[in-house]
Design a protein around this ligand. Structure first.
Ligand SMILES: [Zn+2]
Length: 177
């Protein structure tokens, strides 16, 4: 799986103006877009929007530290691990006629807890796996992304161009002054 499709990237990049998790309504739109488990989230989930922002804050610290080549602080690691453990998940084998399928079973946690735990697990899979070495924070737009080559600095050609144009302009301004 490409981690940039995952919940962890989606939530880490949801801060900004307007904040994609700014209100219960915004959280509903964000979940509609990224959460594919079991249909529309209930109002009980949407009222916990503060918990989603708190998890995002921890995750952004973990991503930023990893992107700059250092380690996330202990309290952030503890928060991610504790959130993941709130809804234990395990694989089960299901037989349907001749079809044999692996399905994931989850403990009897609330819907909010299951979603938060999924986001934490998505972050842990990234930060604890080989892709962590490719995690970057774009200096132009602030988005997190996975570099496709070691020297990649910007998330996109557009961000690279914008930065070069700005530098060029500021150099010219200095020369003209
Ligand atoms: Zn960018």
């Amino acid at each position: 799986m490409d981690h940039t499709d995952g919940l962890a990237f989606a939530i880490a990049n949801s801060a900004g103006t307007p904040d994609r998790l700014g209100t219960p309504g915004a959280l509903r739109a964000w979940l509609d877009e990224h959460w594919v488990d079991s249909g529309a989230p209930s109002d009980a989930v949407l009222l916990r929007v503060g918990d989603f922002r708190a998890l995002r804050a921890a995750l952004i610290v973990a991503f930023a530290r990893t992107a700059e080549g250092s380690s996330p602080p202990d309290d952030v690691v503890d928060a991610l691990n504790a959130t993941s453990a709130m809804a234990p998940t395990w694989p089960v084998l299901r037989i349907n006629g001749t079809a044999q399928n692996l399905e994931m079973e989850t403990s009897d946690a609330s819907e909010t807890t299951r979603i938060l735990a999924s986001i934490a697990r998505s972050a842990i899979e990234l930060l604890g796996g080989p892709d962590a070495a490719r995690l970057r924070e774009c200096p132009a737009c602030g988005r997190f992304f996975l570099a496709s080559r070691p020297s990649q600095v910007w998330c996109s050609g557009a961000c690279g161009n914008r930065t070069r144009v700005t530098r060029h302009r500021s150099r010219r301004a200095k020369v003209g002054a």
